[in-house]
Design a protein around this ligand. Structure first.
Ligand code: PBG
Length: 336
């Protein structure tokens, strides 16, 4: 190009100098993903020795309780700190009030008891919300078209205590009702469960990226209407800060932003504002997007997955709920 003389370049600083070899790139690397950052979500079904593929999540299977125990053993051996359990409830057990959530022998409680008994080293987290149990697929009770807040909280308290009695270590309310963290904390403490942790789905958006999850737990086809009267508007950012502040004031030990990749700005704001243990949920749709492109040969699986994970660390997350957890842990165990 005429006119660009090398003498006009300022090369006092050559940032490329630090990128010339792997050893120097390693030396100046700011963030790392470790196995300690991972929570592995798994889907539970009835039966024995059953593994059922989830069509929209290639590589993910729904597991019967005994298979979930095997997954827990695998997770422990890989060093994954915790599992998050999601039941696919028999359609015949779903009703208007989600009453199966309160059954001490429901699927998720049986899975918790089995895993805690056989793999005591691993942390077990359970979702608190009514959508796996309601015939309308909403996270709360419906009166007419309204998802009613305060009445739902009464049931969520019962659900939390039910799961705590089964032995779960982390209660994760994902329903986005107002005031539920304080109510659940009070109830847990009142029943001697003061050591049970709460991870609040604090900034959970009304997102299209949950589609494959709803297929996995069987609530998608049932869902009447949408969840926009309780999950957050994707357009909002300051509101996420207010939501997280409320959940921390009410006693949340850890907070979560969900989905993950489309909301990295929220992760960073939450971490900067509160400095609390902050998690992101790399949700089913994020998993599906990567896997669909991989299946078409459009993305390199290993590189795309690892890059998606480092993005969460860069955004300030302490950990990530991800369906890629076993893959990542295995890869790290082999030396990255
Ligand atoms: C249920 C719940 C959802 C997810 C976790 N808990 C779906 C929803 O709110 O409809 C989504 C997780 C994923 O997409 O991977 N309250």
């Amino acid at each position: 190009m005429a006119g660009l003389s090398t003498s006009s370049l300022d090369l006092t600083h050559r940032p490329r100098r630090l990128r010339r070899a792997e050893w120097t790139r390693r030396l100046v690397r700011e963030n790392v993903v470790t196995t300690n950052d991972l929570i592995w979500p798994i889907f539970i079904i009835e039966g024995q020795g059953k593994r059922e593929p989830v069509g929209s999540m290639p590589g993910v299977e729904r597991l019967s309780v005994d298979e979930a125990v095997r997954a827990a053993v695998q997770a422990r051996d890989l060093g994954i700190p915790a599992l998050a359990l999601f039941p696919n409830t028999d359609p015949g057990l779903r009703n208007e009030t989600g009453s199966e959530a309160l059954n001490e022998n429901n699927l998720v409680c049986r899975a918790v008891r089995a895993i805690v008994a056989e793999v005591p080293e691993i942390g077990v987290m359970t979702d608190v919300a009514l959508d796996p149990y309601t015939s309308h697929g909403q996270d709360g009770l419906m009166v007419g078209d309204e998802i009613v807040n305060d009445e739902t909280i009464e049931v969520l308290i019962g659900q939390s205590l039910n799961q705590a009695r089964a032995g779960c270590h982390i209660i994760a309310p994902s329903d986005m009702m107002d005031g539920r963290i304080g109510a659940i904390r009070g109830a847990l403490d009142g029943q001697g469960f003061e050591h049970v942790q709460i991870m609040a789905y604090a900034a959970k958006y009304a997102s299209a990226f949950y589609g494959p999850f709803r297929e996995a737990v069987g609530s998608g086809g049932l869902l009447r209407g949408d969840k926009r009267t309780y999950q957050m508007d994707p357009a909002n950012s300051d509101e996420a800060i207010r939501e997280v502040a409320l959940d921390l004031e009410q006693g949340a030990d850890m907070v979560m932003v969900k989905p993950g990749m489309p909301y990295l700005d929220i992760c960073r704001r939450v971490k900067d504002e509160f400095g609390a243990p902050t998690f992101a949920y790399q949700v089913s749709g994020e998993y599906a997007m990567i896997m669909a492109a991989v299946e078409r040969g459009w993305l390199d699986h290993d590189k795309a997955v690892m890059e998606s994970l480092i993005a969460f660390k860069r955004a300030g997350c302490d950990g990530v709920l991800t369906y890629f957890a076993p893959f990542i842990a295995e890869k790290l165990a082999r030396g990255g």
